[in-house]
Design a protein around this ligand. Structure first.
Ligand SMILES: Nc1ncnc2c1ncn2[C@@H]1O[C@H](COP(=O)(O)OP(=O)(O)OP(=O)(O)O)[C@@H](O)[C@H]1O
Ligand SMILES: [Mg+2]
Length: 213
């Protein structure tokens, strides 16, 4: 199962979601790897290297930093080795982003509630529509990140759904644990903050239900 975590906007939580989902899947007994397509920042690659330095108590999660040209081949190859291949997306309207949409079984689109993100979401949803004309089976869902439950957040959900993209019920709040855990090479499930941990568990359960349906 290939899960693309992508959005054309930078800083919306693609790497945060990739890492936390990877840890959640691993804890649930699945095998998982991450393909890091953000060759500029390599956030998940750096996260994995800190993680590997933590010793035996922390499970290894393979993360490969790859160029856009390799994404299709690598995801196909890794699909035969792992239950889940997570693609941590790059923040541009690039060929890699389009390829990620084309090769993913499910696409998760982190969205942070801000006007700027919503403007960029319109472009993203157009690209998604184009891809769906050649791949009607594509299942794409927005995941609200840094959610606070205020009026703006609720408006953002309406706007995203009006673009034809369903929003998952599970949302990630704006929490320090999401900022601290990556620097420690961990996911929040291995770190702290019960609220953050419940959010990630809920996201995993919702994803598993989508996969089963
Ligand atoms: N739910 C959250 N609560 C608090 N901080 C968050 C949350 N999600 C992400 N962040 C912080 O926001 C910043 C951007 O997140 P992240 O790196 O995951 O985004 P990204 O989409 O991968 O960015 P890029 O496009 O630069 O790769 C990071 O400093 C991260 O720790
Ligand atoms: Mg990133």
């Amino acid at each position: 199962m290939v899960i693309g975590i992508t959005n054309l906007k930078g800083g919306v939580g693609k790497s945060t979601l990739s890492q936390n989902l990877a840890v959640a899947l691993l804890q649930k007994g699945y095998s998982v790897c991450i393909l890091d397509t953000d060759i500029e920042q390599r956030s998940s690659t750096k996260w994995a290297s800190i993680r590997d330095g933590l010793g035996d108590g922390v499970a290894h999660i393979p993360v490969s930093s790859i160029e856009g040209g390799q994404v299709a081949k690598m995801s196909e190859h890794n699909s035969s080795l792992y239950d889940f291949v997570l693609i941590d997306g790059s923040p541009q309207l690039s060929k890699t982003a389009t390829k990620t949409l084309l090769i993913s079984d499910i696409v998760l689109i982190p969205v942070t509630p801000s006007g700027l993100d919503i403007w960029s979401f319109e472009n993203f949803s157009l690209r998604l529509e184009e891809v769906k004309t050649v791949k009607p089976s594509l299942r794409a869902y927005a995941v609200l990140n840094r959610y606070r439950g205020n009026n703006l957040d609720k408006e953002v959900i309406d706007v995203v759904e009006n673009f034809g993209v369903p929003v998952l019920n599970s949302k990630l709040g704006d929490r320090i644990a999401y900022r601290e855990a990556p620097i420690a090479g961990l996911g929040v499930l291995e770190y702290k903050d019960t609220k953050a941990q419940n959010e990630v568990q809920s996201l995993l359960t919702e994803l598993e239900n989508i996969i089963k349906s």
